[in-house]
Design a protein. Structure first.
Length: 257
């Protein structure tokens, strides 16, 4: 059974997805979060399972809710439910990924090496980074991946874009900070460093500033989500984060099933 902090985090994530969405569709065991303006963004158009689904029915539910999309994405917040859904979804052509819920503990750093920035300051470095990640993507895909960041403002009561700048003023590293001071919950999301500025401490500065902002807002539950199979999880562990739970993600591009 999930501990109270993991339950608090999962409630925050489900609420954030609902609030960020342009529209939602209720489904057995969860809901579809949809935004036609960003139809090429998987995270803006997905099923979020935060209850007890019928695993065998989930592929058909996804087809019904996301039938107008070129992708299927399902996020299952409860690990046990995700395990139960795995085989039906794999048989339906989905791939599975595991994501770690990582909670920050220990002292909060001073956080004076980065500050709040606006989306315009992020636009060029963020687009450059996405082109590096997705070299074959068209300009409309890149535009939506950049502009969708603005939709995060709807998701939580307090939203900050945190950035660390070079001496010349360029934003070298950045992250989103989503906070719900009423529940004391804060999420650090999409911490990215420009490939031009890797290894210079800018990511550390952004992470420290985000943690400080969250602590100053009385958010004692400070967390992030990390890919279980990617190196940043170890970087976060060295900075005071520990794994307290797992989410499962299932993805399929239409035509691959």
């Amino acid at each position: 059974m999930a501990g109270p902090e993991l339950q608090q985090i999962n409630t925050f994530l489900a609420t954030f997805a609902r609030r960020r969405a342009a529209r939602t569709v209720e489904l057995p065991g969860g809901f579809a979060a949809l935004d036609d303006e960003f139809a090429l963004s998987y995270s803006n158009n997905q099923l979020v399972i935060d209850g007890a689904p019928d695993p065998g029915a989930l592929p058909a539910l996804a087809d019904e809710a996301l039938g107008h999309m070129t992708h299927r994405l399902i996020t299952v917040l409860d690990e046990e439910a995700g395990e139960a859904c795995t085989q039906p979804l794999l048989r339906a052509g989905y791939t599975r990924s595991t994501y770690l819920v990582m909670l920050h503990g220990g002292p909060v750093p001073a956080g004076d090496g980065a500050q709040e920035v606006d989306l315009e300051a992020l636009r060029l470095p963020l687009a450059r980074r996405w082109r590096g990640y997705l070299p074959d993507a068209g300009e409309e895909v890149i535009r939506q991946l950049v502009d969708r960041r603005e939709t995060g403002r709807r998701g939580a009561d307090a939203v900050r874009f945190i950035g660390a700048r070079t001496p010349e003023g360029e934003v070298a590293s950045w992250a989103d900070l989503y906070m719900d001071p009423a529940s004391g919950t804060a999420q650090i999301e999409d911490l990215i460093t420009s490939e031009l500025h890797l290894g210079r401490g800018y990511g550390d500065a952004v992470l420290a500033a985000a943690l400080r902002h969250a602590a100053d807002a009385r958010c004692g539950t400070r967390f992030l989500i990390a890919d279980a199979d990617d190196w940043p999880r170890h970087w976060y562990e060295r900075r005071g984060f520990t794994v307290i739970g797992r989410h499962l993600g299932f993805e399929r591009t239409e035509g691959t099933a």
